[in-house]
Design a protein around this ligand. Structure first.
Ligand code: FES
Ligand code: FES
Length: 150
């Protein structure tokens, strides 16, 4: 156990935890931020995607000790009222089906648009291809990212 200081969605937290704990479990079990989901646990599905700084990362494989002073943003902190352009486009295109993968999809899409505000189809496919959706919502995800980029 050690004291880990972590800033999430603008709030500072001080936790007594094993520093090797994956960020996903710190978010879900210690901070009650359950938007990021556990899918595979081995960085292969993207359902646990959050931002560290402006970068989308797989929180299931990132020990919390690796964060240093970098701030974490989860789906709960992406926007104040669920009105980030990606979230609005998701509603417009009625993207989710079961919803399990969707927080990860949205966080990955938001990071893509931050680094590349006008992505081509190929850019979207390449950035999103590691985010698995077993409901097969890929066509709507792509359309929503296109809308959000406008
Ligand atoms: S749960 Fe992290 S990538 Fe699948
Ligand atoms: S909406 Fe069901 S897994 Fe993606």
């Amino acid at each position: 156990m050690a004291t880990v200081n972590i800033k999430v969605n603008g709030k500072q937290h001080s936790l007594e935890i094993d520093p090797s704990t994956p960020l996903l479990w710190v978010l879900r079990d210690h901070l009650n931020l359950v938007g990021a989901k556990y899918g595979c646990g081995i960085a292969m599905c993207g359902s646990c995607t959050v931002h560290v700084g402006d970068i989308a990362i797989r929180s299931c494989v990132m020990p919390v000790s690796q964060l240093g002073t970098q701030e974490v943003t989860t789906i709960e902190g992406l926007s104040e009222k669920g009105d980030h352009p990606v979230q609005k486009a998701w509603i417009e295109h009625d993207v989710p089906q079961c919803g399990y993968c969707q927080a990860g999809q949205i966080m990955n899409a938001a990071a893509l648009l931050k680094s590349n505000p006008n992505p081509s189809d190929e850019d979207i496919e390449s950035a999103m291809h590691g985010n698995i959706c077993r409901c097969g919502t890929y066509t709507r995800i792509k359309a929503a990212i296109k809308t959000a980029s406008k």
